[in-house]
Structures are given as structure tokens and as C-alpha cells.
Design a protein around this ligand. Sequence first.
Ligand code: CTP
Length: 428
Amino acid sequence: MTSARVLLLVSGGIAAYKACFLARLLLQAGFSVKVAMTEAASKFVTPLTFQALTGNPVATDLWGEGQSEALDHIEYARWADLAIVAPATANTMAKAAHGIADDLVSTLLLAFPGPLLMAPAMNDNMWKHTATQANLETLHQRGVATVGPGEGWLACGTNSQGRMSEPEDILAAALEMAGSLEGLRPDQHPWSETRTENQGFWAGKRVLITAGPTHEIIDPVRYVANRSSGAMGFALASSAVKAGAKVHLVLGPTHLIAPRGLEHLENVESAKEMADAVAAGLAQGADWLFMSAAVADFSPAEPAAEKIKKEALGDNWALALKPNSDILAEVVPVHRRPELKVVGFALETEDVLARAKAKRQAKQMDYIVANNPTSEGAGFGMVNHQATLLGEKGVIWQSESIPKSELASGILKNLAETEKDIHHDSRG
Ligand code: CTP
């Protein structure tokens, strides 16, 4: 159950009626909901419907009657933890992408600095149009999450892509986003003006973070992957943003919704693409590299251009694999500036600390975070996690089993303190 506050922004499309169901689902899931609509949206569904569902007044325009205070929109934007635009029309997406604020919904979108989820809905040609796709790209680059559109029956009489996602799917995405805010007071939200105690150390630092698994193509429908969810890298990115760092996140394929406030978000698929992205990120002058991605060690030796048929594989398919280059061991040294600090991660199921120490030295990392996915209180898909941070002199911090968000801020805090000590020692 969540208790986050959602601003539901309804723009003018036939799918506006589905936003009523969404409002109800959000309330049932524990969200507090306030609704603002465009004038066009209120032609499809009346504000009264949303008012009756949410128990809150519904804002419909910037200056009209019913707006007791002219600056209501700023209040709405301040109040919310999360904003959802459903349906998001091509017009509203375009305005959001370009910072145009000429009605209530677009003004709120510009005034709200927190996490934003959009559920696009429009005619299939409008969706496919280069302009819409370019706007979508811009919004994604800024960390805006989208859900859908799906395929299905459109109001314009065709059966194709453009249909707004079902309210249940939008709710699931909203819950995932709210989950990453849990345990944080509003003043600790990543976009908040109030920063954490690490602000001093991390403020302005250029931090390159890799997260998630990589997918190594076997053929157009199959790939080799691993069980990494990317949650640790996300938590680190979110904590680093909160601490004032300029974060460049290189992200393997994951279903998680990227934190907002990133300087740059780069989606990659394969280990090779991740290696190239890290090389480019280092060349741009990163101060810190966190290699939290679970990079695949091997990839298919000969990826097939066409789908391999089952019959061609026989009863005993042996897939030939070739080693991928090791990013830390082979790519980083080529682009490493002396000031760069490198933090690696070690996933070990036995002899964890000894192996992590050896790995730190072998891959020339300054620090390593070691964990055992099979131990109690840690592991794949678990909410809580346990890990040990090691540096040149050995163990720096051993965490309890805690949420990944706390683990990430603990890692950053301990790194900041250790670095300050090193700096102090070397001067004194
Ligand atoms: N890593 C990397 N490039 C790879 C594989 C791993 O940069 N091709 C990085 C990971 O991001 C992690 C660290 O190396 O920070 C350790 O990864 P891990 O998989 O634990 O160790 P490996 O060196 O791959 O060895 P092994 O799997 O045998 O333990």
C-alpha cells in the first residue's frame, strides 16, 4: 500500500473515460489523487465525474471561474509526489517536450519537478509521426516514463497502435515509481531543493553508472541474459542525484523506470554497446564510475540474422559462445584519467570477501561492493539487500539487510567519508 500523492492530468482524447477507472484504482491502491484536465478533456468526461471519484475539486483552467487562487496550479505541482498524464495526447506530449505552457495541464507539467508518467493515446499515424517519436525521445531522455500505447481498436476505426494502456497497467507503473520514493520524506525526494548530508562531497561530481543486465543476441527472437534487475544501479543513480551529482546512467534492458534528475540516460542492449557507452562516458570526463551492471561474460559466437528453427537445433543444442571484453579490465584502463575513481561490484556465492578483494586488485578498482545473492537478507528480486564495501585497506562498511535505496545512500556516504580521510591524510 502506498500513500503517495498523485496529480492525474487528463488531456483531451476519447481515452479520458478510462482515466476515471484509473483514478479509482489509484485511490484503492492508497494514493491521494487530485485531478486537473484540459478544456478538451472536459468535453469527453465532466470534471464532476472526477470530483465525485476523488472527493477533491478538479482544476480545469488557469484563469476561469472555480480557480479561487490564480496560482492554484503551482500549489498542485507542489503538493504532488508523482504526476501521471492519462491520456497523453500528441499535443500534450509535444508541449511537455518543448516546455510550452499555454493551458492548465501543460503549465502544471512545466511547474512539476518530480517523477512523471505518461500514458500516450492517439491515432496510429499521429503516434508513428516523426514529430511525436522525436518528442517521445526527448521526454525519455529527460527521465519521463511512459506506459503504452498498446495495439487494439482505436476510436478512429482502425485496429493498430495508439490505444491507451489499460488502467491496471498504468497503476502498476505508478506503484513501481512510488516504490522508489518510499521511505523518503518529501524534502528528500531526488528533485527536492533540500539535499542530503553528502551534498558537499557529491555536489557537481560527474558520476557514470552502469546498471542492469545485458542481452546477447542469439537470433532476432532469442538472447542470453542474466537475472540482474538493475535495481542497485537505479538506487545508486537516484541517491547520487539526490546528493547533487551529475549522473550519466548507462542502462541495460530492464523494466524499471529510470529516476528523474539524471544528466543523461543511455539505453543499451549488449555488453559491446555498454562497453562503447562507458568508453564515451569516460572520454567526456567522468569523476566516478560505478560498474553495477551485470555485464554478460559471453555472447553467442555467431548471432543468426534469421530466427533459428527448432528443427535445425536437434535434440542437443550446444550454443557456441565467445568471451566479451571485460569493461573494467580492458576498456576502462584505455580511457582512465588519473583522477577517476572506480567502484566495481562482485557477485560471489562462496568465499565472498576474499574473492572480492582479489577482484578489486585484479581489475584496478578503487572500491568494490561485495555481495552474495544466495545469502539470507540479500539476493535477486529481494527488496532488502546486504553488502560490504571494501577499499584499499579492507572493509569500509558492512551493511545490515536494508532496502536498496538505503544501501545506495550508505555506499555514497561511506565513499565520501573515506575520500575525505584519504585527502586529509595525504595533506597532513
Ligand atoms: N564487469 C565488467 N565487464 C564484464 C564483466 C563484468 O566490467 N564483461 C564488471 C562488473 O560490472 C562488476 C565487476 O566486473 O563491477 C565484477 O563482475 P563479476 O561478474 O562479479 O566478476 P567477473 O570478473 O565477471 O568474474 P566471475 O563472473 O568469474 O566472478
